[in-house]
Design a protein around this ligand. Structure first.
Ligand code: NAI
Ligand code: MG
Length: 335
């Protein structure tokens, strides 16, 4: 049966990097079908809503989406579309790999090869219970962690480590201060770790983790943590290996999965044709893994790495003079 993918072209640089990505995928003759669906500012202008029902129906039907960044308008009345999608489809695992690339300017020329697994459906990040007092002098935001949520994300991390031959899982927390929420996460995580005697498990407090990541990133293999910590740490990790233009992310649930770039819609460079398409392309490689096409995923990653190594038509964020489309062509030619 032909797999159909819901394709969301998104806002800002979204359509540019999606065109480039689909051109590369087309060269691979994967036999995939694409179904376009709207979301974000573009959908608001076209349909009067940020996340039309037709888009939700398409993702529910296909179970797999490739998504460009979306702009959530700042101001009241708009909840983040990404958070809504993650909650709607219960995409509890946010998987963000960070690996050093050859010939790519970054803090570490080599030695970084880690995956951040971020809980994606609860915790402070989802913005539950937000309110500001009438006099504007105080504000509240609620953080809720559940045993079920902690258990399934830590199990996901260990299962991924097992499947991919990774050796160590680090539980990142702040249980010394946030004794209830982070405490429950850590306690549950320790219990799950017991089921995986073949995989080393250690614990680290989140502020120390930041310092350790910057000083000695090679000590990390798989990091698993709660939503907000994962949001921040995964951008830090992207910075270790060359920036947001190279950082993909997968949002995985039982019934659906959405693959994307970690970065946003980059309004400062939108329409200029210079956005780096690699993050979305690497997201597409994660999608191919998810679709049980690991050889094709590797083939795509190898072409990306070879193009970076040759510094062929790299976009300006990587110090090159290429464009989104010439970079994509350079990758496609190496498939
Ligand atoms: P951003 O990630 O869009 O941009 C941060 C900086 O990185 C900018 O200087 C931008 O030019 C650069 N950059 C990002 N992606 C790049 C690429 N592929 N190639 C070259 N340079 C790149 O973050 P910002 O400016 O904070 O957010 C802009 C908008 O994106 C906001 O409306 C935000 O809500 C949205 N956003 C959406 C996300 C998503 O849909 N997954 C994730 C993060 C932000
Ligand atoms: Mg983020």
């Amino acid at each position: 049966m032909t797999q159909t993918i819901t394709v969301i072209r998104g806002d800002g640089i979204g359509p540019e990097i999606m065109d480039a990505t689909l051109r590369v995928l087309d060269k691979m003759n994967l036999g995939l079908k694409y179904e376009e669906a709207d979301a974000g500012l573009m959908a608001l202008e076209k349909h009067g809503e940020l996340l039309p029902q037709a888009t939700l129906d398409s993702i529910a039907k296909n179970g797999v989406a490739l998504k460009s960044p979306l702009t959530t308008p700042v101001g009241e009345g708009f909840t983040s579309i990404n958070v809504t999608l993650r909650k709607k489809f219960d995409l509890y695992a946010n998987v963000r790999p960070a690996k050093s690339f050859p010939n790519t300017k970054s803090r570490f020329a080599s030695g970084v090869d880690l995956i951040t697994i971020r809980e994606n459906t609860e915790g402070l990040y989802i913005g539950e219970g937000q309110s500001v007092s009438e006099d504007g002098q105080s504000a509240i935001s609620v953080s809720k962690v559940t045993r079920k949520g902690a258990e399934r994300i830590v199990r996901y991390a260990f299962e991924l480590a097992k499947k991919t031959g990774r050796k160590k899982v680090t539980l990142v927390h702040k249980a010394n201060i946030l004794k209830s929420t982070s405490g429950l996460f850590l306690k549950t995580g320790r219990e799950v770790a017991q089921e995986y005697p073949g995989i080393e498990c250690n614990e680290m407090i989140v502020d120390n983790t930041c310092m350790q990541l910057v000083m000695r990133p090679e000590q990390f293999d798989v990091i698993v943590t709660t939503n907000l910590f994962g949001d921040i740490l995964s951008d830090l990790c992207a910075g270790l290996v060359g920036g947001l233009g190279l950082a993909p992310g997968a949002n995985i649930g039982e019934k659906a999965a959405i693959f994307e770039a970690v970065h946003g819609s980059a309004p400062d460079i939108a329409g200029k044709g210079i956005a780096n398409p690699c993050a979305l392309l690497l997201g597409a490689a994660q999608m191919l893994d998810h679709l049980a096409m690991p050889e094709q995923a590797e083939r795509l990653r190898r072409a990306i790495v070879a193009t970076l190594e040759a510094r062929d038509n790299l976009t300006p964020d990587l110090g090159g003079e290429g464009t989104t489309s010439s970079f994509a062509e350079a990758i496609a030619s190496r498939l």
